[in-house]
Design a protein around this ligand. Sequence first.
Ligand code: SF4
Length: 441
Amino acid sequence: MTGDIGYPQIKRLYECLYTDPDFIEKLQNDPRGVANKLRMDSDPGQILDTAEKIKTLSGNENPFIFYYGERMQKVSEEITKKTGPDCFFDKRLYELGRTVKNRMSVSSIRIRLHPNVRYYPMMFELTQGCSQHCPFCGFDAKELSGVFRYNSKNSVQWKQILGIIRDVVGPAAGMGICYFATEPFDNPDYELFINDFRDVFGRTPQTTTALGLKDPQRLRRFIRGISSHDMYCGAVRISVRSLEEFYRVMSEYSPEELADIEIISNNPESSSQYSASGRKYGREEGCADYSICCLAGLRVNMASGTVCFEEPEMPDKDHPTGERIYETLSFSDASSFEKAVRYLTDRYAFDGIKDNDTLFFDRCVKVEINGNEVLLSGDGVRLHMTGNNLFIDAVRLIKDEKLSAAELAEGLNVSGFVKDILFEKLVRIYKKGYLRILPEG
Ligand code: SF4
């Protein structure tokens, strides 16, 4: 399709086009110079021709989509297989992930149209805070203040905790990652922790680093320890924060070295859009209204010895980082960790409406009632329902104010199986992502 230009070079050209709006012009003005800078050894005329095809052609005519589409499909199938219901020992966490995905899809068409947005039940952090100060950090990461080192005591605790998580959550916990509002390579022992993770879950968790240039030999050694299958499935990503940093990464690593490594173009000129959360919350025009949080469940920080239960929220004044953190508990050893994890899961993973739960429609949802019909509208998506007077009255009450389940039942004067049937219907709306049911706390 593109002569002797293979996938690694095609991918590199795509990344240049995506990251640098002036790339084609630069290539037209100095094809050989740009090719050298990009470490591409194909004929410069052919490089320019391929770049123009990537920029202008659609579907499988486009050389990048031709190769990348197939890869994305395989990765997507792999994720689906490893996050299916059979991979969860705790089905409440599986259901929570699905519900959160529906909710975020109702709130944001951007999330709905993204082919690979998932909400995982588990995330680890191996440092406290982050050494980088990315101006767009969606989590507004705090200053680096602690590192969980791989010493004899901590390595034992880490393995125990991985085992507990696998037993409580199930194999799906292996789809989690070992960084969140942190930079993985801030931890000098990151690789050792990942080796243990791989032993327990049989896969390398994804690593996204902003430190692709800090110690290239360290990154190369890390990559050599990852199987080709895991690399193909996106085990490593490099975030670039400026155009200058992007071109330095291109000069440091050959196209072949980065063939399986995604470049996350976080420079302001790129085609990416920042999330209007964290450091960008309320501060800049042009950011997209979505949360970067991909967790619906437990976040463990090994450096501070804490575990919390959280899920994403659309960024707002109460949740500027796009997260709702329900509760954070401390642990000191494997036993207190297990106790905390079981408590948090029992308390915050939805398992039917309880009296003290609060019911309300998401702020992204518009509610219209017409006779016995209810129309719920999100960002480009709608749910049409009909119901008896009791259901319509329930929707009207919840629409007007946040209510506890007990207050709703009292306001409608329902109990017993009539209440059960009504609540079942409300749970269906909750699971579709339109209604919120929040536990007390
Ligand atoms: S975006 Fe990542 S690397 Fe940058 S400050 Fe935030 S957590 Fe750190």
